[in-house]
Design a protein around this ligand. Structure first.
Ligand code: PMP
Ligand code: GLN
Length: 424
């Protein structure tokens, strides 16, 4: 074809790290601690809800309302309405999407115009940048910066902080949106109320919207509290809050997500949705509705999955932290999410010349080396940074610990073998 094939909006975004790593992980005999999905069953009530949705009312095989299956939008409005301290109308303030990915894409398409600036706090889930660009926007990055941990102690995701002056300097008259992700992927940082107040103040001062990606909101540890920025004074009116059933109920394959916010913003997301996806699979939505009904009844009690999952993942986190250190991987203690990052600086100085392309960041070379030689999959953290900052953050890899006991045991075996190889 003589005509240019690729739409210009795809320039520079054709490579996707997940596609590459998932493919590589399948080629080798590995313990997969890379992509963020549980390798254990969702809770019984969720499995039953899905079974019931597929075998019960035959009308669940058909289309439902465009913006969400009514029992789901209703329970999301009442469940999150209480948490956010906001009366929510299921028809106006909630949109059900194809995963949180779908919510993000719909939001960027609905709100970002050619030339608009979008502030992204990095390290950031990698899709925010291409989604901004596909909408014609211009990503503006501000980095969380680590401060060194006291000698002899492990660092924590809390050591990574925004510089308030640097953050303020990123706001311009073209800034339309700030993207926030708490708990943060890949760091596991849980933004404190004070940090959120700083961000909220700047958004209000500069008339900027906030897209708040809260897919890991239930996964917080050591007494840390997740705070939704939409619950802060003056923020509901300018915030979209995004969640994921995949992450909430350990069922990432269901791909049900949602976005909540004020009607005057949501109506533009509905315009995108009704002209693209139109509506999401009815049965999966029915299953998620049942799961939330159940959670609503158990909320705050020991039987709540939103309490049980973090309790179990806290143990996994601590197990992984102990194990990784045995080979010189230096983990940072995450306050939230089901990821942790480990510092590989020591390897970088001891074996700097791993195979890889000339300009390939060290962490990518290391992650590939680890897959091929140690049978362990982790994600290079530089993928969560903008290109100009990748070289400053090429000495961390991300491990996922939402894994069952057998996987953690298999990890220990690989690490034990690795440790044996280190001994003289
Ligand atoms: N946001 C973040 C921070 C994520 O890590 C992910 C990956 N699950 C998503 C959004 C997308 O979630 P979903 O699988 O529901 O599309
Ligand atoms: N959110 C998941 C992660 O960070 C999965 C991302 C993906 O598969 N694209 O690992």
């Amino acid at each position: 074809m003589a005509k240019r094939l690729q739409a210009r909006r795809l320039d520079g975004i054709d490579h996707n790290p997940w596609v590459e790593i998932v493919r590589l992980a399948k080629e080798y005999d590995v313990v997969n601690l890379g992509q963020g999905f549980p390798d254990f069953s969702p809770p019984d009530f969720a499995v039953q809800a899905f079974q019931q949705a597929t075998s019960g009312d035959f009308m669940l095989n058909q289309y439902t309302m465009a913006f969400g299956y009514p029992p789901l939008t209703k329970i999301l409005a009442s469940f999150f309405g209480k948490l956010l301290g906001q009366e929510m109308d299921p028809l106006k303030n909630v949109l059900v999407t194809v995963g949180a990915y779908g919510a993000l894409f719909t939001a960027f398409q609905a709100l970002v115009d050619e030339g608009d600036e979008v502030i992204i706090i990095e390290p950031a889930f990698d899709c925010y940048e291409p989604m901004t660009m596909m909408a014609g926007g211009h990503p503006v990055f501000v980095s969380l910066r680590p401060s060194p941990a006291p000698k002899g102690q492990l660092g924590s995701s809390n050591d990574w902080q925004l510089d308030p002056i640097e953050l303020a300097s990123k706001f311009t008259p073209r800034t339309k949106i700030l993207v926030l992700n708490t708990p943060n992927n890949p760091l596991g940082k849980v933004f404190s109320k004070m940090e959120l107040e700083l961000i909220a103040g700047l958004c209000q001062q500069h008339d900027v919207l906030c897209i708040s990606d809260e897919v890991y909101q239930w996964l917080v540890y050591d007494g840390h509290q997740h705070v939704s920025i939409a619950s802060l004074p003056g923020m509901w009116d300018r915030t979209l809050t995004i969640g994921s059933a995949g992450k909430s109920f350990s069922a990432t394959g269901w791909k049900v997500g949602w976005v909540m916010g004020p009607d005057n913003i949501m109506k533009h997301l509905r315009t995108v949705h009704q002209n693209s996806i139109f509506h999401c699979p009815t049965q999966a939505q029915a299953a998620v509705a049942q799961c939330f009904e159940r959670e609503q009844q158990h909320f705050g009690q020991p039987s709540s999955y939103f309490l049980q999952l973090p309790q179990a993942m806290h143990l996994n986190r601590d197990h992984m932290i102990r194990s990784l250190q045995s080979v010189g991987l230096e983990p940072l203690i995450p306050q939230g999410s089901y990821f942790l990052i480990a510092d590989i600086s020591d390897f970088k100085s001891r074996m700097p010349n791993l195979p890889g392309a000339a300009d390939e960041p060290y962490d990518r070379c290391f992650a590939k080396w680890m897959i091929k030689n140690k049978g362990l999959v982790a994600i290079p953290v530089s993928i969560f940074f903008s290109r100009p900052h990748q070289k400053d953050f090429d000495h961390y890899i991300r491990f996922c610990f939402v894994k069952d006991e057998a996987t953690l045991q298999a990890m220990d075996e690989r690490l034990c073998r690795w440790k044996g190889e280190l001994q003289p």
